[in-house]
Design a protein around this ligand. Structure first.
Ligand SMILES: *Cc1c(COP(=O)(O)O)cnc(C)c1O
Length: 372
């Protein structure tokens, strides 16, 4: 693990009041019986799992979704007692560990369940059946598989608490695939001999564009962090429902004047065509400020300044309109004055999605929390 750099003025600032606001705005739209589980996998999409989880509970989240066993254990060790659903498949040898910690496993196979019985003792394992309705990732694929999984659940040391599916295209205008998935999911759920308490399918995109339907749980992820799930391709119905909760900033550690002909960074790909001011920033690709971002700007004093030359592992350089003092704040992601660099802008620069931009901000970057 990379050490957190605490003696450096590069930081991610997470506004927890915005995290709460994003959750409350979604909760308001749900029916009283619908629950919102905060998806805090991948260190809460880079925002920091524990502080976000705490804010989420304060805002009305009644459970959590994580990606793996250790994230679930991390929540339990921090004292959270709410339900925790692991969205991925877990190692069968960890079944007892999950049961003891009351962490819910996603399951989709008879073989896995039968093997789990050998590991489980007195404490039953809580499970949600995953249904593959068209995502092609995990889940039972048809009525037959579902029936055999349900049969094992009913006769073993399990608590069959839920069944869910995940959509591949809930963030797209074309709803053909989505409609097919919903139909298949409902068809399979109808085949169950006992309906579990939690039948759910809504992620952020579905909740934002389709209103969560009768999904008993909304697995709210990217919406918590205030990012449009479609990478900005599809307009939100209500723009005020999402506000970005994270800003990423640094400070100039060196400011210098280049003469015409001077070059900057590896490969000497940037040559000053005239005298100009350049600042060096203590942030680079090892922080998650990846090389592909150099095709764009950062913000200084509310003004866009281009990144010049290649982004290095731990540093990068920007061109300034005039001299600035060392220590001047530079915004890599977020608002400064009337200008804003969004996670979606960084995603487009690097041909990816905002989710990835946020997740790859590395552990080395200090997280600071405001408005707790
Ligand atoms: C990650 C994940 C979510 C959350 O998705 P968002 O688009 O961030 O809301 C929900 N369900 C499953 C199964 C997931 O893997």
């Amino acid at each position: 693990m990379m050490l957190e750099a605490i003696h450096r003025n590069t930081r991610v600032v997470v506004d927890l009041s915005i995290v709460k606001q994003n959750i409350k705005k979604q909760k308001e739209k749900l029916s009283p019986s619908q629950e919102l589980y905060a998806v805090v996998k991948a260190n809460a999409y880079g925002h920091g799992m524990i502080p976000v989880a705490k804010a989420a509970v304060e805002a009305g989240a009644t459970g959590f979704c994580v990606a793996n066993v250790d994230e679930g254990l991390g929540l339990r060790q921090a004292g959270f007692t709410q339900p925790i659903l692991i969205l991925g498949l877990s190692r069968v040898e960890d079944a007892a560990l999950l049961a003891e910690n009351k962490i819910t496993a996603s399951v989709d196979s008879v073989a896995w369940l039968k093997e789990a019985v050998q590991y489980l003792n007195d404490t039953p394992l809580k499970v949600h059946i995953a249904v593959d309705s068209g995502m092609g990732r995990i889940g039972v694929v048809d009525e037959e598989e579902l029936a055999s999984v349900e049969a094992v659940l009913q006769n073993g040391p399990f608590e069959f608490e839920g069944i869910f599916t995940h959509f591949a295209t809930a963030d797209e205008a074309d709803t053909t695939q989505l409609t097919k998935q919903i139909e298949k999911f409902h068809r399979l759920v109808d085949e169950l001999s006992v309906k579990p308490a939690h039948v759910h399918y809504s992620n952020s995109a579905y909740a934002l564009w389709h209103g969560a339907g009768d999904s008993a749980i909304v697995r709210y992820g990217i919406g918590i962090y205030g990012i449009n799930p479609s990478n900005g391709d599809l307009a939100l119905k209500d723009e005020s429902s999402l506000t970005p909760a994270l800003r990423w900033e640094t400070e100039m550690v060196k400011v210098k004047k280049l003469e015409a002909g001077d070059t900057v960074s590896y490969g000497a790909t940037y040559t000053a065509d005239e005298p100009q001011w350049v600042a060096t920033l203590p942030v680079g690709y090892a922080d998650g400020f990846i090389r592909a971002y150099n095709k764009g700007d950062v913000l200084v004093d509310g003004v866009r300044c281009p990144i010049v030359g290649r982004i290095c592992m731990d540093q990068c350089m920007i061109r300034l309109p005039h001299e600035f003092p060392v220590g001047t704040t530079v915004t890599l992601l977020g608002k400064d004055g009337d200008e804003e660099i969004t996670a979606i802008e960084l995603a487009k620069r690097s041909e990816t999605i905002a989710y990835e931009v946020l997740c790859i901000i590395s552990d080395r970057v200090k997280r600071v929390y405001i408005n707790d």
